[in-house]
Design a binder for this molecule. Structure first.
Ligand SMILES: Cc1ncc(COP(=O)(O)O)c(C=O)c1O
Length: 377
């Protein structure tokens, strides 16, 4: 299948080039066909063969015993927290992670868990020593019991940097004496797989559980999969039910996931490489533009030139000189030219490449960015 201008029409149809997120992708024609003819059953009774096949496929790809199809990445993280952490237990997450910042404090509101954050390095990794220091003394009645460590891979706020198997191995070894499990928030796990050229199994083998999204770069309309040991998945399934996330003939959605994870030409994992190339091309062009500076946050000092080498997956993060008002103007001027980017944390602008945005579109984005910078100066 093609991913150029034609794909852009199929993927969006609005004529705009939408780089706000990779969640804006529309399903591929192969996904739509598979959805239309999917065999279904009542998945709360575990009778949906297409869901069962997707869960097995996901578990196999990630080297775990079992899988659970859930509505979203947020639900995948929440059911994982609920399955790992007793009420009043504490989780350790990266300070800039999705769980502490972008999930409406569900860990507290729903799971009754506390949170302790660890500042990550420019590659999105929490220094292992800092993680160990953040573990509470479970023999002290003043302390919450540390029950889970979360790693975000890719780590969105640091250029969606992929976290390496070597880091995971070191973290696992350091956590061994405490027996604290690791959960990988792998919303963009397959971007890490492709960006690093490693297997999904290798990326999560040192974690007890992982979740990945089908509805971001992989281009399906809805859904994530949680994987782990059978007893963990049993508890996660109960949590999903508690949240109202038990769905019925949901094989219609799982069918799109099976297409995404397929080894055949219709699969959408390997094509992520194209998004990564496009992101790098965009970053290289932005670097040369007057008014574009490093995002500063966690990556490089503010005010330096944007370093395109930081872009190894599909996020481009940068700042425009001149503060918040200039950023708003820049985004407005871009929109007038048919390109959408989004205001991101720490005064940044985010552009995310994805299915439906080919090299031709990237050239248009580059021209529109140069014009919008000039118009907003
Ligand atoms: C790192 C990370 N985790 C979890 C999620 C949540 O996924 P969803 O939007 O499907 O709930 C996202 C979504 O952007 C994410 O970037």
């Amino acid at each position: 299948m093609g991913y150029g201008a034609d794909a852009a029409k199929r993927a969006g149809g609005s004529g705009r080039i939408d780089l706000r997120s990779d969640t804006v992708t529309h399903p591929t024609p192969e996904m739509r066909r598979a959805m239309a003819s999917a065999e279904v059953g009542d998945d709360v009774f575990e009778d949906d063969p297409t869901v069962a096949e997707l869960e097995e496929r996901a578990a196999d790809l990630l080297g775990k015993e079992a899988g659970l199809f859930v509505a979203s990445g947020t639900m995948g993280n929440l059911v994982s927290v609920m399955a790992h952490v007793p009420r009043g237990g504490e989780i350790i997450t990266p300070a800039e992670g999705h769980i502490p910042n972008d999930e409406a404090a569900n860990y507290a509101v729903v799971a009754g868990a506390g949170l302790r954050t660890v500042r990550e390095n420019p590659d999105g990794e929490m220094p292992v020593n800092d993680v160990i220091e953040a573990i509470q003394d479970s023999s002290d009645p003043h302390s919450a019991i540390t029950s889970l460590v979360v790693v975000e891979n890719c780590h969105a706020h640091t250029f969606s940097r992929p976290i390496t198997p070597a880091y995971m191995k070191g973290l696992r070894a350091a956590l061994k004496p405490s027996g604290i499990p690791i959960h990988v928030d792998g919303a963009r796990l397959f971007n890490a797989v492709v960006g690093l050229g490693v297997s999904a199994r290798d990326l999560v083998k040192d974690a007890e559980s992982a979740t990945f999204c089908l509805s971001k770069g992989l281009a399906t309309p809805i859904g994530s999969v949680v994987v782990g040991k059978k007893d963990f998945i049993f508890r996660a399934r109960r949590a999903r039910k508690l949240l109202g996330g038990g769905m019925r003939q949901v094989g219609i959605l799982a069918a799109a996931g099976l297409v995404a994870l397929s080894d055949g030409p219709e699969g959408t994992i390997q094509r992520l490489a194209e998004d990564h190339t496009n992101a790098r091309i965009l970053a290289e062009a932005l670097t040369e533009m007057k008014g574009v500076i490093s995002p500063g946050h966690n990556a490089q000092p503010v005010g330096e030139r944007l370093d395109p080498a930081r872009v190894v997956t599909n996020f481009v993060l940068f700042k425009v000189e001149g503060g918040a008002a200039r950023r708003e103007k820049f985004l407005d001027e871009l929109e007038k030219r048919g390109v959408l980017m989004i205001a991101y944390t720490h005064g940044q602008v985010r552009a995310v490449t994805h299915y439906g945005v080919g090299s031709e579109e990237i050239q248009k984005v580059i021209r529109a960015s140069a014009d919008a910078l000039a118009a907003s100066a």
